[in-house]
Design a protein around this ligand. Sequence first.
Ligand SMILES: Cc1cc2nc3c(=O)[nH]c(=O)nc-3n(C[C@H](O)[C@H](O)[C@H](O)COP(=O)(O)OP(=O)(O)OC[C@H]3O[C@@H](n4cnc5c(N)ncnc54)[C@H](O)[C@@H]3O)c2cc1C
Length: 504
Amino acid sequence: MIRPLSLFIFNLNKQNVKTQVKFASTVLPQFSSEKYGVKRKSFGVLQPRDIDYFKSILGEDRVVTDESDVLPFNIDWIKNCRGQSKVVLKPKTTEEVSKILSYCNGKRLAVCPQGGNTGLVGGSVPVFDEIVLNFNLMNKIISLDEISGALVCESGCVLENLDDYVRERNLIMPLDLGAKGSCHIGGNVSTNAGGLRLLRYGNLHGSVLGLEAVKADGTVLDCLRTLKKDNTGYHLKHLFIGSEGTLGVVTKVAIHCPALPKAVSLGFFGVENFENILNLYKRAKTSLGEILSAFEMADNGSVSSTVKNLKLSNPISDYPFYVLVETHGSDETHDSEKLSRFLSEGMESGVIVDGTVTSEPAKMKTIWNIRESIAGAGLVEGYSFKYDVSIPLRNYYDLVELLRDRLKDHQAKVYGYGHVGDGNIHINVIVPEYTKNMYSMLEPYIFEEVAKLKGSISAEHGVGFRKPQFIHYSKDESALQLMKDLKKSMDPNGILNPYKVLPD
Ligand SMILES: Cc1cc2nc3c(=O)[nH]c(=O)nc-3n(C[C@H](O)[C@H](O)[C@H](O)COP(=O)(O)OP(=O)(O)OC[C@H]3O[C@@H](n4cnc5c(N)ncnc54)[C@H](O)[C@@H]3O)c2cc1C
């Protein structure tokens, strides 16, 4: 028997994320295949003898078949997509992954790799009866070179656990995101996750030093080097960074961890209009220069609804826009003085209306908590259509205004927030419930507008199940053909994460 309540606290550790999920609907989402009219491809159908085989390599406990136990693995974080898998496999070693894939490839059984299941484009859950290959139990830290900062670990390690581990050794993870309490490093690599400090520490194509992956036919590919420089042949690791489990399964990751900053300061500013945010960003790059680690924005709706829905407190008053500026440096007095000067100069020139600067960990946590909770706070109000796009900075906020105008006669709230430093804006459209009419008001309209603005339809969340039919707005036919050729060569039977990333 299915128990919808069992979805509530599935695999989520972080308090604010838990709170958001607690408010989410108890109604099971419709099957993705019905909602989006997808036809099952001619893959093999799971037989009792297949289950027996999986049990022979994993044991009884790590082959989950009970319907209600499988259910949470079929539903994505945002409760939009729902698959119909009958089995979840939980390998503990690369060898087990290799045996599973080799077997599935031979039987043409489709597989959906799954990390922390925090993805926002439906890539981490099956569409039909794909076998869920879950990495929760591949969570060992293998080594840390405290001199070079090279961390080697299994792909199922939770990002926050890794960060806690390296922080005790005066290092930090090069990425940080609101889902850090649940997402896996393997999921981060497979989605090329960006996050809050990409501006400072760059993206995963730079910080992943090497990885181990298993191809669809079970071949283990050992590119697990920890060198910063290795120009021998094609740079194969990049094929797995951001390919969302469609080209291979990531089993181990070697990643460069930067030094733990000795001094961290945070500014939270109220701003009158978007033009002033751009003005402030330009100033931050010159005034804060080498210590600038994050430059985030959120509009009034994003912050006020988050604060209200999750009962948080906003340290400054109500303003049309908010900017969060963080510095990572080595001298606390120098850095916080610099940030305080940045605030007072901003206020003198009228670019900042009000603001606060702090280096106190508890206060910084409160402010970051508001920013990190925006993604899910809308779940409290109803259904949240979520978009993650890159737009050249000059037009960064245009899409929010266009959408507000387009939806003015509908019961919809449109919020914009994101990583200004990366040109990446997240747009939440909150409605009382999902309707086909609202869906068709939003898509493909949003992607057409992004293309007109010369942006990307996916800045950091990937393409997943939700966007393959729109990928052409960001990639031309020749690029798409090469992607299809690569897929054919690496996964000729198409068993890895079908219905995702590439259009048919
Ligand atoms: C509150 C919140 C805030 C977020 N903020 C950000 C943000 O700032 N930046 C950002 O980039 N994303 C963000 N996300 C989206 C999400 O957290 C990231 O995409 C994350 O990297 C997904 O990791 P995961 O382990 O949950 O992967 P999953 O959701 O389980 O999977 C994501 C994709 O990767 C594939 N995959 C997972 N593990 C593997 C593996 N080992 N091998 C091969 N393929 C695999 C899956 O098949 C799927 O296609 C946020 C999500 C939430 C809920």
